[in-house]
Design a protein around this ligand. Structure first.
Ligand code: ARG
Length: 473
């Protein structure tokens, strides 16, 4: 038999079928959990010593060997390789090769079922903050773009038809708001992973007197799982992480779609930096937004991983089942996909320029109709009636290919006696924006406040300080 005898070979007369063994092995991808597996094993050795199962010197020997193994794996990533069934078997094989029977004692009272859950929990707790940092950097880029836009105006859309004037900063902050929720959602996923599964054994718990509360503390967990059967098949934390990744992807996909359209020739609200655009092999005039299209395209992949895991989870009976091995590639690929996309979106947003002339021209015209109706409401006209009057006026202007600002005073008055000279100054994009007065609106003072609030958030989140949920202004 190869030097990587499976951990369970004693039960069988013959060696496993080589092809099926290799096909079912997870070492090719769970080697990514190497560091966490070693961390967990070192803590387990300490816990076994505290429980009196290992002598202090055995635990110390194991700890040194594990630390050396980790150092070697870090220095030489290709070392973490071999014919082993999984990363847990790899670590144990090396310990036994190195320490003989002392190495053989480490797995006392422990099962790979809980070990794999532990490793993935430790991994997510370690990696989620890195993803959050990338989310924060995109928020920072949006904030910077918003501040740089000053008082530039643009239309906001509903049904992708120009709806009402807004500040360009308000548009960037809209996307920042969604990403700020994603940051919090990722924190929730980390919190869900934050429970120690060790002590669950294979499914029923362990019969060695392990102080799991102390062990949880040792490994940086804030709590211990509640039920050993549940713990061995619980991958909710992985599903929550995949959901958080998927929704973040959905948000940056929508941002990408906005930018693809609004940077396009029909709008030209924003200009993509050349370095983040691509050309055509045939059409010399093309400036394509490939990175943004790829972000949009890869979103399906992240959502696919969530669907795949949920589908895997829905059918398994209680306790560990090998189906659960499918969790890891989903988690790793979703993480890589999201991290890569966030990086490119951050670069694209940082490289954007606002074409103020185009955005402000698009922010006026008939999309001021609501402001005209509000003018009449200010003169005492019931809103529904004002809507009818302005609707009729718009119908006429559309037919004649004109705007409100081409109307003479006589024409205003013909639509309603209540229009006064001031209608000319009241019906502008700038006045429309200034007239808004709720804290979440595009009113310049509200946007100013939101920018300041986001700035504090970005700074605090960058320092790892608690950021809390957005508060009322
Ligand atoms: N490679 C396995 C996984 O990823 C580790 C746990 C194996 N446990 C077992 N009883 N086969 O789920």
């Amino acid at each position: 038999m190869s030097e990587a005898t499976p951990l369970w070979s004693g039960r069988f007369e013959s060696a496993p079928d080589a092809a099926a063994f290799e096909w079912g092995s997870s070492f090719g991808f769970d080697r990514r959990l190497f560091e966490d597996d070693v961390t967990g094993s070192r803590a387990w050795a300490r816990a076994l010593a505290l429980a009196g199962v290992l002598s202090t010197s055995e635990a110390a020997t194991l700890d040194t060997a594990l630390a050396d193994l980790l150092a070697r794996g870090r220095a030489e990533p290709s070392f973490v390789n071999g014919p082993d069934e999984d990363v847990h078997s790899f670590v144990e094989r090396h310990l036994v090769e190195l320490l003989g029977d002392t190495g053989r004692r480490l797995h006392t009272g422990r099962s790979r079922n809980e070990q794999v859950s532990l490793d993935l929990r430790l991994y997510l707790k370690r990696r989620i903050p890195l993803v959050q940092e990338r989310v924060r950097q995109v928020v920072h880029a949006l904030l910077t773009a918003g501040s740089a836009a000053h008082d530039a105006l643009m239309p906001a859309f509903t049904h992708f038809r120009p709806a009402q004037p807004v500040l360009v900063a308000h548009f960037f902050l809209a996307h920042a708001s969604a990403l700020r929720r994603d940051f919090d959602r990722l924190a929730l996923a980390s919190r869900e992973a934050d429970a120690l599964p060790l002590g669950s054994g294979a499914v029923a718990g362990t019969s060695y007197p392990i102080d799991v509360v102390q062990l949880a503390r040792d490994l940086g967990f804030s709590r211990v799982v509640e039920n050993s059967i549940d713990a061995s098949s619980d991958r909710d934390f992985a599903a929550t992480f995949l959901y958080a990744c998927s929704l973040t992807m959905v948000h940056i996909s929508r941002l990408s779609e906005d930018l693809i359209v609004l940077c396009g020739d029909e709008h030209r609200f924003f200009e993509l930096s050349d370095s983040l655009s691509t050309g055509s092999s045939m059409m010399p005039q093309k400036k394509n937004p490939d990175p943004l299209e790829l972000v949009r395209g890869k979103t399906g992949r992240a959502i696919g991983h969530l669907m795949a895991l949920l589908t895997t989870l829905k059918g398994i009976p209680s306790g560990y089942n090998k189906d659960l091995q499918e969790d890891k590639q989903a988690v790793f690929d979703a993480e890589d996909t999201l991290a890569g996309c966030l990086g490119v979106v951050q670069a694209v947003v940082s490289g954007l320029t606002v074409n103020r002339e185009r955005t402000s021209r698009a922010a006026s015209g008939l999309l001021l109709a609501t402001d005209v109706a509000d003018y009449l409401v200010g003169r005492g006209v019931p809103f529904r009636r004002a809507h009818e009057i302005v609707g009729a006026l718009v119908r006429r202007l559309v037919a004649e290919g004109r705007d409100f600002d081409s109307l003479s005073m006589a024409e205003w008055r013909a639509a309603s006696e209540l229009f006064g000279e001031d209608v000319v100054t009241r019906v502008t994009a700038r006045a429309s924006v200034a007239a808004k007065c709720t804290p979440q609106s595009t009113a310049p003072h509200a946007v100013e406040r939101t920018l300041a609030d986001f700035k504090t958030w970005v700074d605090r989140a960058g320092l790892g300080l608690p950021v809390g949920v957005a508060t009322a202004k």
